[in-house]
Structure formats: C-alpha cells, structure tokens
Design a protein around this ligand. Structure first.
Ligand code: PBG
Length: 323
C-alpha cells in the first residue's frame, strides 16, 4: 500500500522531498530613508523597522547583506512636500542620496527604488490631483514618474519599481530609461496592487497617508483576481521585467494565478500590516513568531513568488541560518 507517511519519518527525508524552499537570497528588505545623520527613528506600528538617515541605511543594509539578504527597496521621506512631488525627482533628493551612499559602500547590494509620488505630494496621493474634481490625473502624472525613475537610475539604482498604479507608466519609464542609455536597468512593476487596508503601518512609516479620499481610484478592487491578470499582462507588454502582487498573504490566489499564467519572474510584497499582525500577536505570546513568520514566507513562495519583499527579511535570513 502506498503510504505518504513513509517520507515524513526523518528530517533528512522531509528535506529530500521538499517541493518549496525558502532562501535568504530571495528576500528583499524595505528601508525608509530620511534626511540627517545618525538618525534611526523607530516606527511604532512596525517593531524593528526604522526611518534611517543615509549613513544608518548603509549600516542596516550591510547587516542585511551579511545575513544573506541580497537587496533592499528604498522609500523616501523628503524634507518638504509640494503639489508637484519635486522631492521625488530632485537630483539631491533623499532616495537619490541614499542610493549613492549605498552603492558606494556596498557595490554588490541590489538597490531597488520604489517609484511613487505619494511620499512627496503635500496631499499624499500617488499622482497629480485635479484641484476642482479632487481626482488623480493619470496622464500628466506619467511624466513625473518617468523623471523620478530616471533620477533613480542616474543615482545608481539597480532596479526601479513603480508602485503608483497609473496606467501606462511602465511604458513611459522604459522609454525614458532607454533614451538615457539605461537599457539594462530592469523594471519591477507593482502590477497587481490592491487598494488594501493592510498598508496602514506603512503610511505611518512613510508619512504617506492621503489627506482626502482614498486610493481606490487607482489601486485595484480586492474583489478582482482576473483584473490582476490583465494588469500583469499590460505591464509585461509595456516592458516590465518582474511583476509584483501586493499584498501577499490575502492575495495568494492572485499570486498563484499570475505565476501559472505568465511564468515570469514574480515578486510578492508581504506588506506592513502582515508584518505588524505577526509582531503584535507574538508580543502577546499568542503565536510563535519565528515559526509563523517562516511558515508565512514559505506559503508566499509556494503560491508562486520568486522574490519576497518583507520587513522580516533579516530576521528570517538569520532564522534560516539557524541563528
Ligand atoms: C506607495 C507604496 C505603498 C506601499 C508600498 N508602496 C503605500 C500605498 O500604496 O498606500 C505599501 C507597503 C506596505 O504596506 O508595506 N504607493
């Protein structure tokens, strides 16, 4: 009789037949960067996450790299905000400065930049807002996104990751990068990004909550999975090299379908709310943090993610190494 249990009897056998592996080399750590020197501001809703000045970001990234985490994704908190998001594409903007510092000290680190305007806009939306109608204007926003992505590439970013969800932005970013000679800089597109309530703690960390309305006019309806596949198809046609599904845990079905349908390099963003829930329950002693975090990350890999962006990247890497 066939007994599935036969191959479960020892750790060696279980490892031999394991279908999915979790490796630190597949994890990306988000870093929030802000002006200053020696700054490490804790984010209250994300224990273990800080807003760093560029010098401290370098220290954190070095620690991540030595734990086996190959890359970081940067989010910027500018000195000032306005209604043109000037800080997003300034040559000496906070992300641009952090990229230069990171690439100088850690040339092998993969430095990804989040390309969005919400952190730089006085109103907190991801694009230019029409004054009277209070809606985000898609096409005028594209130019600012292209400028932002190009300024990141010029600073030395290895990959740019548009997270704004405007239509057509991958195409304009690809064209702008190519024109400027950055033909080998890949685009990781936040392709299926849902209008999720799991982003709450991030908006504290990045000071990017919209001042009026919400993001449902550009981010996706959580009820729609087929639409996620259409968004992915569009981004690939426009030139995306890696597509992302975000959030991860509540959207594993979408992730699975994206990987099945397109088979392309696929990332999942295990967002701030997912991390905060595990931290909060663990702090009360209600769950085993290490076991739950690793099981969560494994489930995201099993669903189809090649790459996972997670605030737990360094902890997970150390746990996986038995530390
Ligand atoms: C920028 C952006 C957001 C996140 C990543 N890029 C916030 C948002 O869309 O409101 C969320 C990440 C997280 O919650 O960890 N648009």
């Amino acid at each position: 009789m066939f007994r599935p249990r036969r191959l479960r009897q020892t750790p060696q056998l279980r490892s031999l037949v394991r279908e999915t592996r979790l490796d630190p080399g597949q994890l990306i750590l988000p870093l929030f960067v802000r002006p200053g020197k020696g700054v490490r501001n804790p984010v209250s809703s994300l224990p273990g996450v800080f807003q760093f000045s560029p010098d401290e970001a370098v220290r954190e990234a070095a620690a991540a790299a030595s734990a086996g985490v190959p890359g970081v994704i940067l989010f910027g908190l500018p000195e000032t905000k306005d209604d043109k998001a000037s800080g997003a594409y300034a040559r000496d903007g906070i992300v641009q400065r952090a990229v230069r510092a990171l690439k100088k000290e850690l040339p092998d680190l993969i430095v990804i930049t989040d390309v969005c305007l919400c952190e730089y806009m006085s109103h907190g939306h991801c694009g230019i807002v029409h004054e009277g109608r209070k809606t985000v204007l898609n096409d005028p926003t594209l130019e600012l996104l292209a400028k932002t992505a190009l300024s990141h590439a010029e600073a030395g970013a290895d990959l740019v990751a548009p997270s704004d969800m405007m239509d057509g932005r991958v195409r304009v970013i690809r064209e702008r990068l190519d024109q400027a000679g950055f033909i080998d800089t890949p685009i990781m597109a936040y392709a299926a990004k849902y209008a999720s309530s799991f982003y709450g703690p991030f908006r504290e960390a990045a000071d990017s909550a919209p001042h009026f309305g919400d993001r449902r006019g550009y981010q996706m309806d959580p009820a729609n999975a087929r639409e996620g596949l259409r968004e992915v198809a569009l981004d690939l046609a426009e030139g995306a090299d890696i597509v992302m599904v975000k959030p991860a845990l509540a959207y594993l079905d979408v992730l699975h379908r994206v990987k099945q349908e397109f088979g392309c390099p696929t990332a999942a963003y295990s967002v701030s709310g997912e991390y905060a829930m595990i931290k909060a329950a663990a702090a009360r002693g209600w769950i085993d943090e290490k076991a739950v975090q690793l099981e969560t990350l494994l489930s995201i890999r099993r669903a189809g993610a090649d790459i996972i962006i997670t605030y737990a990247a360094v902890e997970a890497a150390n746990w996986l190494a038995g530390k």
